[in-house]
Each structure stands twice: as C-alpha cells, then as structure tokens.
Design a protein around this ligand. Structure first.
Ligand SMILES: NC(=O)c1ccc[n+]([C@@H]2O[C@H](COP(=O)([O-])OP(=O)(O)OC[C@H]3O[C@@H](n4cnc5c(N)ncnc54)[C@H](O)[C@@H]3O)[C@@H](O)[C@H]2O)c1
Length: 254
C-alpha cells in the first residue's frame, strides 16, 4: 500500500476520541497498520470505521497507568501485525482547576500517573519491540509543558516531565535506531477542551480568552496535530530526535 508510513505498525494510546482518534485515522490513511488502545471501549468503533474505509486497524482496551495492560497491548500489536515501528503516547487527562494551596496529593498522583507514568510505561514496555527494527516514538506533551497557566500545576508538571523524558529516551535510544520526539499542541478542539470549558463557571469567557491567547485567533483542529504526528512517525523526519515540535498557532511565540 502506498503512503507516508506504508508497511509500518503503530500503537496509538487514547485513541477513542480527540487527537488519538484522528492520529490513528491519519496513520492508517498513510498506510500503517494501527492498534488503537484506550480505557474507553468507544475506541472499538473508531477502529472498525478505519477498517470499513479500507485501512488496517484493531482495538485493545488499555489503561496506560497499568503495567499489565502495557504488556498485553504491545503483545497484541506484535501478534496482530507482526512488529511495532511507531508508538504514539497520546492518552492524557486534563485537571479541573486546582489551587496549589489546597491541591490534594491524590489529585496530583492521579494526573501524574496517567500523563507522565503512562508515557514512561509506554517507553519501558514498547521499547524492546521497537528496538527489533528501529522505530519512532511520539509523545504528546503540550504548550503547558513549556509555559504555565495558573491552577494547573500537576498538568504542567506532567507535560514538562514528558518533554525531558522524551529527550532522555532520545539520547539513550539513538544508537538503537529509535527516534523519540515530543509534540506540543496549543488549545485544540477536542472533547478534553470542550469538557473543561463546559465544567467551568465562565466557560464562554474562558473560551474567548484562550482563543485570544493564540496569535492565529482560533483553536487548532485535531487534523493539525495528527499531521505533525504523521510527519514524526514517517521517514520524512529521519534526522529528528529529542525535538519539541510546537503546533500552537503562535501561543508560545509571544
Ligand atoms: N486538546 C488540547 O488542547 C491539547 C493540548 C495540548 C496537549 N494535549 C494532549 O493531547 C493528548 C490527547 O488530548 P485530547 O484533547 O485528544 O484528549 P481527549 O480527552 O479528547 O481524549 C483523550 C483520550 O485518552 C483516553 N484516556 C484517558 N486516560 C487514559 C488512560 N489512563 N488510559 C488509556 N486511555 C486514557 C480517554 O479515554 C480519551 O479517549 C493528551 O495527552 C493531552 O494532554 C491536548
């Protein structure tokens, strides 16, 4: 099959909706066989739609904070499609507004366990399969892994951790032929952002303020992040590793 990632096998976490679902569709559209994983069974329908459109895909239930689930997900990718070339550590959660002076340790750990431990576990358990023939890992960080906003300390810390974990893996794994890069989206129209705005008392004002913080004066759309992931997954980015690919409508340029 022709395509920018033809013949490659990808595992995309958090692929039931939002950026993960769009990334899985784009990778499959460019010729990869894709194992979509998520703790939400809605990912099954996304995989079936990819297959119905002529792509190669399957779904596996997977909580990225669970070591046992990681073992099973990597084994499923290799059993179904024969190998693993691309890992997209996309699953993540936002936090409600959390004030540092009252923030519970439990909330801190819940966010870090998915957003940072989940990426560590992905590297830890997919690494051996990627090392067989070399590969590409794309970790979803955020603009909030580079700059902060108030009341999001755990989220910012988790995404900052992903940024440097990415570089640590990149330098360690360059000799193995595994590239590791991070993507830093600005605010993108996904269920994560819609739910956060809906849960907030002044959601409409917040939406306007967030849009105004992007020089391009809009939110991004999932396709714009998925395209960056496909580029990093493909051989077009063959000399890139440990890089921070910012896709933010200019948010961090100011
Ligand atoms: N949307 C944005 O504006 C934005 C900006 C910067 C970074 N990001 C990051 O991009 C990634 C995707 O964000 P999104 O906007 O598509 O979010 P989303 O909430 O719309 O979708 C996230 C998906 O991850 C899944 N998920 C959550 N916890 C999981 C777990 N423990 N195990 C497996 N799956 C789990 C959810 O079920 C969901 O399907 C996240 O890491 C997020 O932090 C998003």
């Amino acid at each position: 099959m022709a395509g920018r990632v033809a013949g490659k096998v990808a595992l995309v976490t958090g692929a039931a909706m939002g950026l993960g679902a769009e990334t899985a569709r784009r990778l499959a559209g460019e010729g990869a066989a894709v194992l979509l994983t998520d703790r939400d069974p809605a990912g099954e329908a996304v995989a079936l739609a990819i297959v119905a459109a002529g792509g190669q895909a399957a779904f596996c239930l997977h909580d990225v904070a669970s070591e046992g689930d990681w073992t099973a997900a990597v084994a499923a990718a290799v059993e179904l499609f024969g190998k693993l070339d691309i890992l997209v550590n996309n699953a993540g959660i936002a936090s409600s507004s959390l004030d540092l002076m009252t923030h519970s340790l439990e909330d801190w750990r819940r966010i870090l366990s998915i957003n940072l431990d989940g990426v560590f576990l992905g590297l830890r358990y997919a690494g051996p399969a990627l090392a067989v023939q070399g590969g590409s890992v794309i970790n979803l960080s955020s603009i909030l892994g580079k700059v902060a906003i108030p009341n999001a300390a755990a989220y910012c810390a988790s995404k900052g951790g992903v940024l440097l974990l990415t570089k640590a893996a990149a330098v360690e794994w360059a000799p193995l032929g595994i590239r590791v890069n991070s993507v830093h989206p600005g605010f993108i129209d996904t269920p994560m952002v819609a739910n956060a705005l809906q849960a907030s008392e002044n959601g409409n004002e917040m939406r306007d303020a967030l849009i105004a913080a992007h020089p391009m004066a809009r939110f991004g759309v999932p396709r714009e992040i998925a395209d960056a992931v496909v580029f990093l997954a493909s051989d077009e980015s063959s000399f890139m590793t440990g890089a921070e690919l910012v896709v933010d409508g200019g948010y961090t340029a100011q």
